[in-house]
Design a protein around this ligand. Structure first.
Ligand SMILES: *Cc1c(COP(=O)(O)O)cnc(C)c1O
Length: 324
């Protein structure tokens, strides 16, 4: 497998912990947690790993300005803004929706990192980026676009490497399942490749977070496409097919960022039994899915399930009303 230059941005390896009190409260399988909420860059999260590779590429190309997009409470945008600040690069964020009355959660942090915010209304997936690239070029800047969610081949490489990191902490085959929130696909694609590369047969099960939009490629197919293009990119002769992508769509509820009882219960149960914070949009929903699957008897008590914590807790504050 090819290796790629990266720019160090976080602290690795992230801890691997066992959640005995949560397992006991659910009467379920053993639950382990990979703490990528503790990647160390500006309150952490899975985008830190991806940005090490993507911004490594940006720097090698002489970029001085980073542009990316996301939701108003995007963890990806917050980590990108922090990374750019740490490297002395300018950062433009194209955020979906309209400017809120008050800055909170990730948006507050974006501003502390001096990111320039562009409100994009219904264009929440970066449709307005080309316009901003053009403006930067005209101002004599060298812009570099980080894709939505950091989910291109380089971003996925970070999660191949993350799987190798996990393999140094625990025997992978001991895990029956690795469960995580999946939304732009880079984490999912990287974990699939890393799992295969490590010769492990544990199930890589993404919990879908977002309903997707009409006209978009179905999310399973986006993950499949990225997994195959990333394998090729790193020089591995892997060909995944549709049934290799395990994605659970049961918990998208009312859609992206709409908080319900599922998320509320998962967040409070994990906080109360383990003292660990989940986030309302991603990990709260994914843990809610895991809790529901445990209650439905989908796991054996002898199973070891790994929940990959992908971060996001800064958004808790922006959802205070829905959570209290
Ligand atoms: C971005 C994000 C995810 C989803 O990861 P993808 O690689 O985009 O699928 C999950 N959890 C959190 C907290 C995130 O910020």
């Amino acid at each position: 497998m090819k290796s790629f230059t990266k720019q160090s941005l976080g602290f690795f390896p992230t801890p691997l912990v066992k959640l005995d009190r949560l397992s006991a409260a659910l009467g379920g399988p053993s639950i382990y947690m990979k703490r990528d909420d503790l990647t160390g860059l500006a309150l952490g999260g899975n985008k830190t790993r991806k940005l090490e590779y993507i911004l490594g590429d940006a720097l090698s190309k002489g970029a001085d300005t980073i542009i990316t997009a996301g939701a108003a409470q995007s963890n990806h945008c917050r980590q990108t803004a922090a990374a750019a600040a740490s490297l002395g690069l300018q950062c433009h964020l194209v955020l979906g929706g309209d400017q809120p009355d008050a800055d909170n959660g990730n948006l507050l942090l974006d501003k502390l990192f001096n990111a320039q915010i562009h409100w994009a209304g219904t264009h929440r997936k970066g449709e307005d980026i080309p316009k901003i690239v053009e403006q930067c070029k005209q101002a004599g800047k060298k812009p570099y676009v980080v894709p939505y969610g950091g989910s291109n081949e380089l971003g996925a490489v970070a999660y191949i490497e993350a799987m190798k990191e996990l393999a140094t902490q625990h025997r992978l085959d001991a895990f029956s399942h690795i469960i995580f929130a999946s939304s732009s696909g880079g984490t999912h694609a990287g974990l699939m490749i890393g799992n295969k590369w490590c010769g492990s047969s544990c199930q890589i099960l993404g919990i879908n977070i977002d309903k997707g939009e009409a006209g978009e490629l179905p999310f399973e197919q986006q993950v499949l496409k990225l997994a195959n293009s990333t394998a090729q990119f790193v020089g591995l002769d892997y060909q995944f097919s549709a049934q290799d992508v395990q994605l659970n769509d049961d918990y998208v509820g009312e859609g992206y960022g709409v908080i319900g009882d599922l998320e509320r219960e998962a967040i409070s149960l994990t906080a109360q039994t383990q003292g660990i914070l989940l986030d309302p949009v991603y990990t709260g929903r994914a843990m809610g899915g895991l809790i529901d699957m445990i209650r439905q008897g989908k796991f054996k008590s002898s199973d070891n399930v790994l929940f990959w914590h992908t971060g996001g807790a800064p958004a808790l504050f922006a959802y205070a009303k829905e959570l209290s």
